[in-house]
Design a protein around this ligand. Structure first.
Ligand SMILES: [Zn+2]
Length: 216
């Protein structure tokens, strides 16, 4: 299959996003995955399974259908977490890209806050990084879901939750696993991911400082 100019550019942007995520320590040991919706109906671009994100190339980006099946002309298996990406695209036509990271902060804090089911962030300037937010005087919930290797079931659980929400939703944590963030396009999904990672890092450092000895 001949790659369209749109796909070629999309694959470059996704590969760059994966490499940048690795550089920030958010994609260790071949983990994490990155995707966008394609203009063709029910077609998505997503990173290949098991690739080292430090050297992710455009050739590591596959085209899949709504069942996560690799399309003719592309080699390899898509990420094992493809069903969760596709569940999000099915949930809302406004979601155009999904970014998934395995940072230290998202891994540790999703475990620590799992009993509460969410982390609430309030009164922070970085909250203006979320689409439609114009003031720091607000609160934003980041929900936490139990980890699962059954991505179809996890996808259903996530969509059931999202359908019950009235506030705009831009991400979620999976317990002991990592962060999912999404947006209308890849730029917005990356911005939401960075905002969440910044918030989680702040919370992690705050906990360390409160637990630290203040004198030598
Ligand atoms: Zn993952």
């Amino acid at each position: 299959m001949t790659r369209t100019p749109f796909f070629i550019q999309t694959a470059q942007e996704l590969a760059q996003t994966a490499q940048a995520s690795y550089q920030r320590g958010w994609s260790p040991a071949t983990s994490t995955n990155f995707s966008t919706r394609l203009p063709e109906a029910n077609r998505f671009a997503i990173s290949r399974s098991g690739i080292d994100k430090s050297i992710c190339q455009p050739s590591d980006i596959l085209q899949v259908d709504e069942r996560g099946v690799t399309q003719p002309g592309f080699e390899g298996r898509p990420s094992a977490e493809t069903p969760l990406h596709i569940a999000l695209y099915r949930y809302s036509a406004h979601i155009g890209a999904v970014v998934h990271t395995h940072s230290i902060a998202s891994t540790l804090l999703s475990l620590e806050w799992a009993p509460q089911g969410k982390i609430t962030f309030s009164n922070l300037e970085i909250l203006k990084g979320f689409q439609g937010t114009t003031t720091h005087e607000t609160s934003h919930d980041l929900p936490i879901f139990p980890n699962s290797q059954d991505m179809e079931a996890l996808g259903k659980e996530v969509i059931t939750y999202l359908e019950q929400q009235t506030a705009p939703q831009f991400g979620l944590l999976i317990e002991g696993h990592g962060l999912y963030a999404w947006g209308a396009d890849l730029a917005e999904a990356k911005r939401h991911c960075e905002a969440y990672e910044f918030l989680l890092s702040c919370l992690l450092v705050k906990g360390q400082r409160e637990g630290a000895r203040l004198s030598l």
